[in-house]
Design a protein around this ligand. Structure first.
Ligand code: PMP
Length: 386
């Protein structure tokens, strides 16, 4: 039977290229995989203990749609330390940042609305846009993956988009938002009829001293929606809790989608987070320091091998150029997998702008990273320098 019964919007989107490649790696038993975006640390001990306690206390029923007030209070306090102000009523807990993104895109977009998306970005933004029948418009980045604010300004005027997607620290580039960029963006947003969806799921993994976010600009709070979560912050990708923050004008609609989508985020995880949040922040700091050490190592090795590569300032990905090897990013990744025994994600999985790059995740142990880089070195020397 053909797919006449499938929605045209759904036919228009594809399974994420990251997952596709991850599944392919399973066929190569000996390969080292640097493909996944999940920290290799255990969940903080206190959160583990509270998870068990929550089960023993039978805290296994639905929570309110918005989620436990105790946890929303913790999030509100945590965000205010980053100079981002949302009260608990403006925070909705979701099943990961993924559900948060879904709810927000579905709540805001009509068919043919336009959405500005970075030309190299996490694939969900483009797919969710298409899912609603809206139109993605891509904005270029500079060579170092920083924002071309002038281009955003030009596109806002020319295309009249409804939404601007910002995503810092970035998956896959590791770029962060600077103070200067934040100021320029602030003026564009203030002066135009546009809403920002700011995906800050990696905010706890920013390697710079100070964290800058468009959500810090109080004057445009009515034009910004924040998406975040705990998958990366507390190394709990499988436990599925994230959150959306926005003023009531949007939230009262977002929560309807959330209600019909999932009712509430998992109850025991909410309880464990509420009780373990504060004391687990030191675990996040430890992870950040370790990721920084690994970033420095991987960056140095790639530079020594002659890769053109930017130093990431956040998250746990590095995005070297492979343009000089005259292969598409898929061809390069397949050859590296088959001949070199290392799996990385082709840049094309992150949109057309990602062609010519590969994404390496350094959320793996130092031993694995060392071995993987030794293998990459051998592969490059044998194939391109031999
Ligand atoms: N946004 C970005 C940029 C991500 O990289 C991810 C996960 N890889 C998510 C959102 C969603 O994460 P989760 O659903 O696990 O919270």
């Amino acid at each position: 039977m053909n797919d006449t019964f499938i929605s045209n919007y759904i036919k228009n989107i594809e399974i994420s290229g990251i997952r596709k490649f991850f599944n392919e790696v399973a066929n190569y038993q000996e390969a080292i995989s640097l493909t996944l975006g999940q920290p290799d640390f255990p969940v903080p001990q206190k959160i583990k203990e509270e998870l068990i306690k929550a089960i023993e206390e039978n805290k296994t029923g639905y929570t309110s749609n918005m989620g436990l007030i105790e946890l929303r209070e913790e999030i509100s306090a945590y965000l205010s330390d980053l100079n981002i102000n949302y009260n608990p009523e403006e925070i909705c807990l979701t099943v990961g940042g993924s559900e948060g993104l879904f709810n927000v895109f579905i709540s805001l977009l009509n068919p043919n609305d336009k959405v500005l998306i970075p030309r190299i970005a996490y694939p969900a933004y483009e797919s969710l846009t298409k899912l609603t029948g809206a139109i993605p418009i891509f904005y270029h980045l500079n060579e170092d993956f920083s924002l071309r604010v002038e281009e955003i300004e030009r596109l806002v005027e020319k295309e009249n988009p409804k939404i601007l997607v910002l995503s810092f620290p970035s998956n896959p580039t590791g770029a962060i938002l600077t103070k200067e960029e934040r100021e320029k963006l602030f003026h564009i947003i203030k002066n135009n009829d546009i809403v920002v969806i700011s995906d800050e799921i990696y905010s706890s993994l920013c390697f710079e001293e100070k964290y800058y976010s468009i959500c810090q600009c109080k004057e445009i709070k009515d034009k910004v929606i924040l998406i975040s979560g705990f998958s990366k912050m507390f190394s709990m990708t499988g436990l599925r809790v994230g959150y959306v923050c926005s003023i009531e004008r949007y939230m009262k609609h977002i929560v309807k989608v959330h209600q019909y989508n999932t009712s509430c985020a998992p109850s025991i995880v909410q309880w464990a987070l509420a009780r373990g949040f504060r004391s687990s922040l030191k675990d996040t700091l430890h992870m950040k320091e370790e990721f920084k050490r690994r970033r420095n190592y991987v960056y140095k090795r790639l530079r020594e091998l002659g890769f053109e590569v930017n130093l990431p300032q956040g998250a746990f990905y590095i995005f070297p150029s492979i343009k000089k090897y005259n292969l598409s990013s898929e061809e390069f990744a397949f050859k590296l997998l088959k001949e070199g025994g290392v799996a990385v994600v082709p840049g094309s999985a992150f949109g057309a702008g990602g062609e010519g790059f590969v994404r390496i995740s350094y959320a793996y142990s130092m031993e694995e990273l060392q071995e993987a880089l030794d293998r990459i070195e051998k592969f490059i020397k044998a194939r391109f320098l031999g």
